[in-house]
Ligand binder design. Structure first.
Ligand SMILES: [Zn+2]
Length: 248
């Protein structure tokens, strides 16, 4: 009984973080060299998804650092969290091109997108990334010498918060984590205002974008006002470490 519970727990955990990991674990259970078989099965399933997911309407964002648009960390690609519908991929590629046209050597980095298969399958801890139509964009960062391509404050892009005035005071039962203890570990970088403003302006004027979530104090700071820019509410995750965008 304990053994079954253990395997069930592993199956659920791997499925929740990577969608395909649970299936790879089930396959591995049929063999004696479980870890080895798991790694092999997981690799085969993840590579196969790159070709199979587009048949079902989801395309992977590039994981290659040589592209103007790519996933911020390999971890998103390893966990199959880099899939979106073709329209959102094309929109993000156009944003990246526009940013490069306006500012040379600018890379647009994406964070959590969606899993390769099944509309409605949750990508935790996000509340809404379940249909391929939502994606998070990393901030463009600078230090005292200027813009830093390929850099974010935290290793995965999330959880390095830009503090500012907020009307949220509720701390219980929310996804609005402050993670105060973590903030001291981040390098002293700040969002690069020209690129942040340009990206928000382009997204706001783009018909293929329906909603943009970013914290109100950053809307003021980057001075981009649009009916598409919304506040996600006090119970959802903070949006002063990334920009969330979604199709209409
Ligand atoms: Zn999001």
């Amino acid at each position: 009984m304990i053994k079954i519970t253990f395997h069930l727990f592993i199956f659920i955990f791997l499925t929740l973080i990577s969608q395909l990991g649970g299936i790879a674990w089930l396959i591995a259970m049929l063999f004696r060299r479980r870890l080895l078989v798991f790694l092999a099965a997981y690799s085969v399933l993840s590579f196969a998804a790159l070709w199979v997911a587009p048949i079902f309407g989801r395309e992977p964002i590039s994981c290659s650092a040589s592209e103007p648009l790519h996933m911020q960390s390999p971890i998103y690609c390893v966990l199959n969290r880099q899939y979106v519908v073709p329209e959102l991929k094309a929109t993000m590629q156009d944003l990246a091109k526009e940013m490069q046209n306006e500012f040379q050597n600018t890379t647009t980095l994406l964070l959590d997108a969606n899993f390769p298969f099944i509309t409605g399958f949750p990508l935790l801890p996000h509340l809404s990334h379940n249909d391929g139509r939502k994606v998070d964009i990393a901030f463009y960062y600078q230090n005292e010498d200027g813009y830093l391509p390929e850099r974010t404050r935290s290793p995965i892009g999330y959880f390095a918060f830009e503090d500012g005035p907020t009307s949220c005071s509720e701390k219980l039962l929310t996804l609005r984590w402050d993670l105060v203890w973590l903030q001291r570990f981040w390098p002293n970088l700040t969002p690069e205002p020209k690129r942040m403003t340009a990206a928000l302006k382009w997204l706001s004027g783009e018909d293929r974008i329906g909603k943009i979530f970013i914290e109100p104090h950053l809307v003021e700071k980057f001075a981009v006002h649009s009916s598409k820019i919304k506040f996600q509410g006090c119970r959802a995750a903070r949006h002063d470490d990334h920009i969330h965008v979604q199709l209409p």
